[in-house]
Design a protein around this ligand. Sequence first.
Ligand code: ADP
Length: 424
Amino acid sequence: MSGTILGCIADDFTGATDIAGLLARSGVRVSLRIGVPDTPPKTTSAFEVIALKSRTAPVQKAIDETRSALAWLRDAGARRFYWKYCSTFDSTADGNIGPVAEALMGDLGTDQTIYCPAFPENGRSIFMGNLFVGQQPLAESPMRDHPLTPMRDSNLMRLLAPQVRGRVGLIDRLTVAQGAQSLQDALAQHRAEGIAHVVVDAVASSDLVIIATACRDMPLMTGGSAVAMPLPALYLANGLLSDDAPKRPHHTLPDATIILSGSCSAMTNAQASAYIATGAPSYQLDPLTLAERGTQEVIDWLAAQDLAQAPLVYATADPASVNAAQAKVGAVELGALIENTLAHCATAARDAGARRIIVAGGETSGAVTRALGVAQLDIGTEIAPGVPWTFCISDGVQIALALKSGNFGGEDFFTDAQTRLDAS
Ligand code: ADP
């Protein structure tokens, strides 16, 4: 069977690599496009993922971009679609998760979809419609201090309702735990009552299999990456995907490495500290100095480094320092300044021979891949749940890129990423 079976649209780059990596766990080839390709689909994979940079975009812009991604994926032959957003539902009352889902439903002519940002393996679970990060409700987790999307409510129905026109409902864990049939019955019941937007509880990986089984033929599913993970196996089992579908690729590359960290999440703070403690060379970007003096200083520092030592450039800082700098320069301006600086570091390092680039931060990863001029990535081996190595061509050379969303990976992620690539 050829053509695209599942078309996924992600609202940021690390979200796209996350879902692509989980789909690739099945061993099949997964292709990730950065932005909507400007040419019609020619050679496509069974699983196609389009990465947008729309997480914090104004609603209409996010809708327009997502609809054009949908149109491209439909041209590629996909008949099932997945709208992937953050597992911490990064979205305020004027956020675009609901409006985008509603626009996609309109284009697909469907009257119901599910919302399931759960990722139990990464500590994201939903119970009675409330999203938890580890043992903490979302609004009590470090996400309440995110620089761009501070989350101050944990209830997904309350977060979603102001964003959509249709009715919002819940299917709770008690129903999910009874299996796929009971979930399908509950969805049908909700549909009969005119409930278009259904938050679905999931606290364990087995819940995800039940949800994916019940929803695998829905025109549109929405959520974090994890509920898409069982889909390849389900498609293999029902013959939609054939056993001889192309497999995941691997490339051996020189060890010249650069690590760029623009995330201020609690986990990235811990990862940067752990990496610095190994004695690896590191350079901390000071946002205010950067605003005054520009990027030359860090570029000069980078030029003097031995890339075989895998140097780290980081803006990563604790919430108090972030707030202080934002008060002086403005959150959006500061974010863009740091993203552009790290993107500049990426091209400078590539030109100096770096062939392995590790990036922490969703927005930061978007800026880096754009600067590298990368349009398509093949998904490789997994470093941590939801974070694969990817392979691509930048300025005519083969490179490996690891793009990590802020909260993902363990404390030793920056070291793990390097050893994982060599071991695969
Ligand atoms: P995450 O995946 O953790 O959300 P992102 O890269 O998406 O990470 O978002 C972090 C944002 O914070 C980026 O726009 C980045 O440029 C900005 N940022 C990084 N360091 C600082 C800092 N020290 N002060 C203010 N903003 C920062």
